[in-house]
Write a new protein. Structure first.
Length: 252
C-alpha cells in the first residue's frame, strides 16, 4: 500500500499478524481514494459497522459467489470514478472562482483558501466587507464549490424591500392572507430547495423577521404568511453585511 496506488482493495479481516481493521484505519495515509471491500469468514455485525465507520465501501462474508463479488467491484469502481470526476470539477470550479474574483495579494489568497475550505461543509457563512468588495461573488463561489452547486443559488437584497414584502418574499404566503394575495406563493426558502439562499445586507432585516428566521434555521421548517401547516425546507444560508454587527449590537 505504501508502494503503489490502487483503485480497489480486497481486504481480508483475518490476516496473519494483523487485523484487517488496522490496515483499514491506516489506509487514508497511503491510499487517497481507493475503495476498500472488506471480506471475512468470521463476519459479525460489530466488525461490519466498524469497517464502514473506517471508510470501507462494502462488506462481504465468505464464502461468497463470484458474481456477487464482481458486482460489488463494479459498483466500487463506478463510485471511485464518480468521486474523481467530482474532485476534478471542484478543482476546475476553484480555478474559475480565482479567475472571476480580482486580487493576487496575500490577503485575497487567504480569502480564496478560506472559501475553498468552507465551501464543501454545511456551515452557515457570514461574509463581511465594505460595499463593492465582492461579497456576492464570494457567496456564489461558496455555492459553486459545494455539493449544492447543481441546485439554485437564490440571492435577495434585504435592504431593498419593506418589512411586509420581505416577509412574504422569504416565507411565501397563502391565498387571501393579505390584500393582493390572489394565490399561494412559494417563498425564497422554498425556491432555494437543495441549494443556497443568499441574504445580502442582512443587518437591515427587522427584529420581527429575525425571530422567524432564527426559527427556520433551528427547525428547518417554516410557515407561509397566513399559513398553518409547517413546510420542511432544505437550504444552505449565506449572509452578507457591510456593517460591524458586533458594534451594532453594542449600540443597541
Amino acid at each position: 500500500l505504501e508502494g503503489s496506488l490502487y483503485d480497489v482493495v480486497l481486504l481480508d479481516l483475518n490476516l496473519p499478524g494483523m487485523h484487517g481493521l488496522n490496515v483499514l484505519s491506516a489506509a487514508p495515509v497511503t491510499q487517497t481514494d481507493a475503495q476498500f471491500i472488506v471480506m471475512t469468514a468470521f463476519g459479525s455485525v460489530d466488525n461490519a459497522v466498524e469497517a464502514m465507520k473506517l471508510g470501507a465501501f462494502d462488506y462481504v462474508n465468505k464464502p461468497f459467489r463470484t458474481e456477487e463479488l464482481l458486482l460489488t467491484l463494479q459498483r466500487a469502481l463506478q463510485d471511485t470514478a464518480l468521486r474523481r470526476e467530482v474532485a476534478q470539477l471542484r478543482r476546475n470550479a476553484a480555478d474559475g472562482v480565482r479567475s472571476r474574483i480580482v486580487g493576487r495579494s496575500p490577503a485575497m489568497q487567504r480569502v480564496f483558501d478560506l472559501v475553498e475550505r468552507v465551501a464543501p461543509t454545511r456551515a452557515t457563512v457570514l461574509v463581511t466587507g465594505e460595499t463593492g468588495t465582492g461579497k456576492e461573488l464570494v457567496a456564489r463561489a461558496l455555492h459553486e464549490l459545494s455539493d449544492r452547486a447543481r441546485k439554485p443559488f437564490v440571492p435577495i437584497n434585504c435592504s431593498a424591500l419593506p418589512e411586509t414584502l420581505l416577509e412574504s418574499e422569504l416565507f411565501g404566503h397563502t391565498k387571501g392572507s393579505f390584500t393582493g394575495a390572489i394565490a399561494n406563493k412559494r417563498g425564497l426558502f422554498e425556491e432555494a430547495a437543495g441549494g443556497t439562499l443568499f441574504l445580502d445586507e442582512i443587518s437591515t432585516i427587522p427584529a420581527s423577521i429575525q425571530v422567524k428566521l432564527l426559527r427556520v434555521l433551528q427547525e428547518r421548517k417554516l410557515h407561509r404568511v397566513g399559513g398553518t401547516q409547517p413546510i420542511n425546507v432544505d437550504f444552505r444560508l449565506i449572509a452578507a453585511t457591510n456593517v460591524d454587527l458586533a458594534e451594532e449590537v453594542r449600540a443597541g
